[in-house]
Design a protein around this ligand. Structure first.
Ligand SMILES: Nc1ncnc2c1ncn2[C@@H]1O[C@H](COP(=O)(O)OP(=O)(O)O)[C@@H](O)[C@H]1O
Ligand SMILES: [Mg+2]
Length: 320
């Protein structure tokens, strides 16, 4: 373990203070935060820019609306309920099916069955701010449940993997594939217990991964190797990541993408204060890539040129 941190230090790891002081503070204007701290606003922004996102089924805004929850869910076998202002995977319920006995029950991705009363209670807690930043009153969104691309079948126990891309000044600099585990309850957030695997920026192929602070080569639930997976439509994913910087104006952001087997790459959400453990998953520090971007990237060029720069300069074999 110590070896891993030492190797990372040598490779220019960015710490919390540098991230906040050198990158987030000067590059992310405060007034832009609401665009990404509320997933409903982000979704609207993306749709306006023509970027594919998981379709929205409905929004619950008030206690009174909760009475309509059951009929809102009625047409959908599968759906996700999530707090518009949530983070870290908290408060997200993934429903993948239904059982009709005496009353309807909803099957969560974990296999647990819950009732409409449970869902109503959960939505009520969401409105009260239980999962939102700073405990502010929130809205609950109901959206399409992504059905992940079969390429991830062997390395996903439950739930949908996502791809996190860090974008600096419009240039994608580092990425990881996050794989849900039994422990993470179907969510791809690392602090919930998901696996993070580094991704070679040049090819979109996974490297080995981390679970907590441990380096791992196999998925803890399925036992299959997590390295060497070629993420489909890598170019499209990098383009969407770069475009996310353009549509928000954020200079330092984390873009979460998912790959749906029918709809292709979808933008799930954006983060103005993305975590730093992507460096652990890649066993590379961010600093050299941020410096290279500052010095040499074609910052005013179009999206294709910025993506081409990233692929050429941030290959895993290269020093950066
Ligand atoms: N529409 C969805 N379909 C399937 N899984 C989802 C969906 N939305 C979220 N998830 C799962 O939950 C995780 C966290 O969702 P996200 O929208 O990024 O919110 P958070 O801000 O809490 O990270 C995703 O990485 C994914 O694994
Ligand atoms: Mg997320």
């Amino acid at each position: 373990m110590i070896g891993l941190y030492r190797a990372l230090k040598r490779s220019g790891v960015v710490g919390l203070n540098a991230r906040n002081g050198t990158y987030i503070l000067p590059r992310n204007s405060r007034h832009l935060y609401p665009l990404v701290d509320d997933k409903l606003r982000t979704k609207a922004l993306a749709i306006e820019a023509g970027m594919p996102v998981p379709p929205l089924y409905g929004v619950i805004e008030t206690e009174h609306d909760i009475g309509e929850l059951e009929s809102m869910l009625e047409p959908h076998q599968q759906f996700v309920i999530k707090p518009a202002q949530g983070s870290g995977g908290d408060g997200i319920i993934v429903v993948v099916g239904r059982m009709h006995r005496r009353a309807t029950s909803y099957r969560q991705v974990s296999g647990n069955l819950i009732t409409i009363a449970d869902l109503q209670h959960h939505v009520s807690n969401t409105l009260n701010g239980q999962y939102s930043l700073g405990g502010h009153p929130d809205r609950a969104m109901i959206e399409y449940c992504v059905r992940f691309d079969p390429v991830f079948d062997r390395v996903s126990h439950e739930g949908v993997p996502d791809i996190r891309v860090i974008v600096y000044r419009g240039v994608p600099v580092m990425a990881m594939l996050r794989l849900p585990t039994r422990m993470s309850g179907g969510k791809a957030n690392l602090h919930q217990g998901a696996v993070g695997a580094g991704v070679d920026m040049a090819t979109g192929t996974t490297l080995s991964g981390v679970l907590g602070n441990d380096v791992i080569d196999e998925h803890p639930d399925t036992g299959h190797p997590i390295h060497g997976i070629a993420v489909p439509q890598w170019d499209v994913i990098l383009e969407a990541a770069a475009r996310s910087a353009d549509i928000t104006g954020l200079g330092y952001l984390g873009v979460d993408m998912v790959l749906d087997r029918e709809l292709g790459p979808l933008m799930l959400e954006l983060n103005a204060r993305p975590g730093l453990n992507i460096q652990l998953a890649n066993r590379r520090g961010l600093q050299p890539r941020l410096d290279t971007t500052d010095r040499e990237a074609p910052l005013d060029a179009d999206i294709n040129a910025r993506v081409a720069f990233a692929r050429a300069r941030f290959a895993h074999t290269a020093h950066a």
